[in-house]
Design a protein around this ligand. Structure first.
Ligand code: 9MJ
Length: 668
């Protein structure tokens, strides 16, 4: 069916009208027309597109509701690395930063662009000929996830740019976040639906953006501010950071309105103080402010190190502290039997989350701080760190408050508590007889980095153990839909999904399997090394101390733990049952030739290829790559402007390679 010209023209007019109003409403916060009028225009375009589907384009204002769900996110390679920021936690650290910048630029005072530091997640937007063609997360800075369909649902992200002289390729970077209001609304909904609330706006934003179904993302109120550019070709950008932000704004990208140009470190401190005071009045969470050298020519002469530019710094706000009361001190039993005292607190909002527990680490720590039930305490929480009790307000202590002592018996199974010389932790001696240790061992086995059994959450594991449906991890594979369907909050559908997930988890890798066993001191990296070195489970189980200690990074303690674990008949039985149930993995490949085995490299200065890539290539040839130069270093690879590591290498007489020589070496 051909589209009449009048309809085509009308659709085009509606496109541009709606793009304009979207921008004024979401990016400028300055709408020109009432919402009802906007809705009417949108509905008109929707009905035209319904009649003439050939008029639907990817950048149509109707296309924000979310495309079809994905199976998995694709990978995106960032042609220009997405850097993160170095932090300054005090005025001194900020002054050090400014001094380094001035020294390197050989100037007395520097002009900085000052902006708030949003607490969300960094996103790259790629516009080609003014159209949004891709959006990606930062990932590790080199490779991120393709979240285009989800980002398209964010109203403040233009699907199409407007204005003059837009570069042919324009990569814009910024932060996607959720406002306090959006976060509260989302958690209200979660409460109504009986699902788990998000702990803070940042997690909510990240969780919303990482939905495989864009229709879900579309329902979450995500927003974005742009704070920089990545790859740009086919156009010219201004010569300062602030002017570039102004250009982005002219092209209808959303930029924070109060980015200020400040002079020197004094100007930075003024901006910091202003935002520290108004932090709580902003509609979104910020965890500091960011200062960037304003002139681009100065930025490029400063360059960057490792993961962060030398021309920018985040001045972080101090951790937040609040007063609350200790309702009780409980003792938790962990996977390895370690007993940890935990303060149950009167709920208190601090550092962006509601805190109800704080770890007290160990008995010594409780004694040192002298925390008692009923005490008024100051709790602190910074970033993603576990909340902690900073100190007790002794003057408020009630008479008769009793000192805390570790119990002599495990609070869960009643077994004796052991004190091991040289360790602060005390442990339950019950081993896998102790339900707490059993539960934790099973949770660990199912966790994402171990066998990754989707749908087997902590609460479910607890129920399964309490109802004696499982005793050890091998029993998981005997569970039937009938066993599961009877449990709390478990419908037939979730039961059958879990049985499927269990089935899927049987296909794993040797490294994951070793890690999943939960051997003390054997973390993910050690498990990977063991898998790579032994290639076979029987060989790990049979290895003597000497063989184990020959493995890189395995010392006498780790070797002892591994041997103790496999010496235990119970553990061997469980492993046999797991293998009988069908757990399997591909044979670990024979390591390739390792011509650089035993050689230690240190990389320094600015390299033209991504540092991580060079590091990977060196490691794949058997080399170790470390961060500091010592007499054990064999080679220092010096890029441009190498710093003190280069000087130290010269002093120690260590071989220095330039980047070209190193590339030649790794290319064989
Ligand atoms: C945030 N998170 O608000 C940067 N950021 O610049 C701002 N992050 C950044 N800038 C370079 N305002 C790397 C990260």
């Amino acid at each position: 069916m051909t589209v009449p010209k009048s309809v085509r023209d009308r659709a085009r007019t509606l496109h541009s009208e709606l793009h304009k109003h979207n921008y004024l409403y979401y990016s400028r916060d300055d709408p020109l027309i009432p919402d009802a009028e906007y809705d009417q225009l949108l509905r008109e375009l929707q009905s035209i597109e319904a009649e003439y589907p050939e008029l639907v384009t990817a950048d149509s204002p109707t296309q924000r509701v979310g495309a079809a769900p994905l199976k998995a996110f694709g990978e995106v390679h960032h042609e220009m690395r997405m850097l993160s920021l170095d932090n300054a936690f005090s005025d001194e650290e900020l002054m050090d930063f400014d001094r380094r910048v001035r020294d390197r630029l050989e100037t007395d005072s520097v002009e900085y662009a000052a902006e708030p530091k949003l607490d969300g997640l960094a996103i790259s937007l790629l516009y080609q000929d003014g159209k949004l063609v891709r959006a990606a997360t930062r990932g590790d800075g080199e490779t991120g996830e393709d979240v285009t369909q989800n980002v398209r649902t964010i109203a403040s992200v233009p699907l199409k740019l407007s204005g003059a002289a837009i570069p042919g390729v324009l990569e814009v970077r910024g932060e996607v976040y959720m406002s306090h209001a959006g976060f509260a609304a989302l958690n209200r909904l979660a409460a109504e639906q009986g699902s788990k609330p998000f702990v803070n706006p940042r997690n909510a934003a990240a969780g919303s953006l990482r939905q495989l179904d864009p229709a879900i993302t579309a329902q979450r109120s995500l927003e974005m501010f742009c704070y920089g550019v990545g790859k740009v070709t086919g156009g010219t950008l201004a010569s300062t950071h602030i002017d570039i932000l102004a250009q982005l704004q002219e092209w209808h990208l959303r930029v924070y309105e109060d980015v200020q140009c400040v002079s020197g470190v004094a100007g930075c401190m003024g901006y910091y103080e202003q935002y520290r005071q108004q932090r709580d009045t902003l509609p979104f969470e910020i965890d500091g402010v960011v200062f960037k050298v304003n002139r681009l020519d100065q930025q490029s002469s400063l360059g960057f190190v490792a993961r962060a530019p030398r021309w920018a710094i985040a001045r972080k706000f101090p951790a937040q502290e609040r007063e609350t009361t200790v309702q009780d001190i409980e003792v938790q039993v962990g996977r390895t039997g370690a007993l940890t005292p935990v303060a149950r607190l009167e709920p208190v909002f601090v550092g962006g989350v509601t805190v109800t527990n704080a770890t007290l680490h160990n008995e010594e720590e409780v004694q040192r701080k002298d925390v008692r039930t009923g005490d008024a305490v100051i709790v602190r929480r910074a970033g993603d760190v576990i909340p902690e009790v900073v100190r007790v307000l002794r003057e408020k202590r009630r008479r008769g408050a009793r000192k805390f002592h570790m119990p002599a018996r495990c609070p869960v199974c009643g077994s004796h508590v052991m004190r091991v010389q040289g360790e602060t932790a005390v442990r339950c001696s019950g081993g896998l007889f102790c339900p707490a240790q059993r539960k934790e061992a099973i949770k660990h086995f199912a966790s994402r980095r171990a066998l990754d059994i989707e749908g087997l959450g902590d609460k479910l594991v607890e129920q399964l153990v309490e109802k004696s449906l499982i005793h050890d991890v091998s029993d998981l594979y005997q569970l039937t839909i009938d066993d599961l369907a009877g449990l709390e909050r478990m419908a037939e559908k979730s039961a059958s999904n879990l049985v499927e997930a269990l089935q899927a988890s049987k296909s794993t890798s040797l490294a994951r399997f070793i890690y999943a066993l939960g051997i003390r001191e054997v973390g993910e990296t050690t498990a990977q090394t063991l898998a790579r070195e032994f290639r076979d489970l029987d060989a790990v189980m049979a290895a003597d101390a000497e063989t184990l200690e020959a493995v890189p990074d395995v010392g006498p303690v780790v070797a002892t733990r591994i041997r103790e674990f496999f010496a235990e008949q119970h553990n061997r039985d469980v492993i046999a049952k797991l293998l009988d149930a069908g757990i399997h993995w591909e044979l670990v490949e024979q390591p390739r030739q390792q011509p650089l085995a035993g050689k230690t490299f240190v990389l320094t200065g600015t390299l033209s290829m991504p540092r991580a890539e060079l590091k990977d290539r060196l490691q794949s040839l058997g080399a170790r790559v470390t961060g500091s130069v010592s007499k054990n270093t064999d080679f220092v690879v010096a890029g441009e402007n190498p710093g003190s590591k280069h000087d130290k290498a010269v002093k120690l007489g260590i071989a220095i390679l330039d980047e070209a020589a190193c590339v030649k070496l790794v290319s064989g």
